[in-house]
Write a protein that binds this ligand. Sequence first.
Ligand code: ZN
Length: 218
Amino acid sequence: MTDRFTTGDHDVFLVVDIQNDFCPSGALAVPHGDEVVPLINKLAAKFAHVVLTQDWHPRGHLSFASSHSGKTPYQTVELAYGSQILWPEHCVQDTAGAAFHDGLRIPHAELILRKGYHRAIDSYSAFYENDRKTRTGLAGYLGERGFRRVFLAGLAFDFCVRYSAEDARREGFEAIVVEDACRGIDLEGSVTATHELFNALGIRCICADAVDGTPTTA
Ligand SMILES: [Zn+2]
């Protein structure tokens, strides 16, 4: 019998980067990325507390291949803080691509956490930027709110969800990934690597139907 998870006041649902550019026809489309939207809406209704993350880059961001002459997307470069995969231009601040997917319906979300706004540092994780030192402030926020368990879902499983789950653990929260409400990019075995890392860190991957919760109230 699979474990069940009943949501309560110490639980928060972290919905990662459900933005147009990560959905089919977006600039950095995650295959089948839009398929998770209805499931995430349903899941969110089981949590009293929801936080949304939003990738939010200035023009000319250093994670864009177009910011490096002669480079193309998915190549790797060395930046001041280490290796960085180069991406197509995506989630540029105040563009349609950076907007949340139209089907996302989570009116009771309490915080929208933007990340990736420093031009010279990418930020896969909702907690730390890619230098692995610069904090976004999310750990402080979640701690002050008294949350202990962080449930995660969204895009992409093997990048922003992975790093956010890892950092939630690092910050002392229990991290639980709702895997059927995620989709991956899978660059060079990154989905397998993510499962291995989660196993090593004690991060559980569960299915959405293992989550129970009462509909949210004010
Ligand atoms: Zn980005």
